[in-house]
Structure formats: C-alpha cells, structure tokens
Design a protein around this ligand. Structure first.
Ligand SMILES: [Cu+2]
Length: 122
C-alpha cells in the first residue's frame, strides 16, 4: 500500500514550489489530541507555588496540586470562568484537568479569591 503510494508520488510530475511529499506535518497541523502537560503545584504559606505559569491555548493541562500547609485558607482551588472547584486535602496530591481555550490570564484561587495564582495563556 505505502510502496504503491510512494511509487505513484514519484511518478507524478513535480509541481514547482510544492513541498516534498514526504514533508511531515508541522505542529500547527497536528490534531487536537495533544498530550496533556503535567504541572505540579503546591500550596504553602506563600500561597500557590508557582504563582504564575505560562501555558499554551488549547493544550490540556494536568495540574497536580498538593496543599502542604494548614495555615492558610487555600483549602480548595477554583479556576476563574470555569466550574472547576476542587478540595485540596492536606498533603494529598489532587489532579485537576483543565484546557485553556482563550489566550490571556486565567486566575486560580481559593474560594474567597484571596490566595491566587495565574495561568498566562499564550
Ligand atoms: Cu481564601
């Protein structure tokens, strides 16, 4: 099958300016089934760490968040403009999956919005 296709391509007249048939698809042409990017986060006395993360629009994020202090009110994480609101039990890693769909800043915070961080979506 592939050999026949290749033979057909080799036999075809070369069109000026056309890219070689074997050119692999660029990243922009890749299907939307991208692998999720895992980002480890913690909640410490300083708040969410890291407090800002650069991410790419459309790339699924797999956030692994561990709350390591009982001295702040950040016992859950909410992501702005989403319905994501997840409890963060002490010293237990919690997974939150989220795919940013628009570029700009997306804040994540405790339920009162006092302790927060930001995803910089590009
Ligand atoms: Cu709070």
């Amino acid at each position: 099958m592939n050999a026949i296709l290749l033979a057909a391509l080799l036999a075809a007249p070369v069109t000026a300016g056309a890219p070689a048939a074997a050119t692999p698809p660029s990243a922009a042409d890749a299907p939307a089934t991208q692998l999720a990017r895992t980002i480890k986060m913690t909640v410490t006395k300083k708040g969410f760490q890291p407090a800002s993360v650069k991410v790419k629009k459309g790339q699924p994020l797999h956030l692994l968040i561990t709350r390591k202090t009982d001295e702040t009110c950040a016992t859950e994480i909410e992501i702005q403009d989403t319905k994501i609101s997840t409890d963060l039990p002490l010293n237990k890693e919690v997974a939150v999956d989220y795919t940013p769909t628009t570029s700009g800043e997306v804040r994540y915070a405790c339920s009162m919005g006092m302790i927060s961080g930001v995803l910089l979506v590009e």
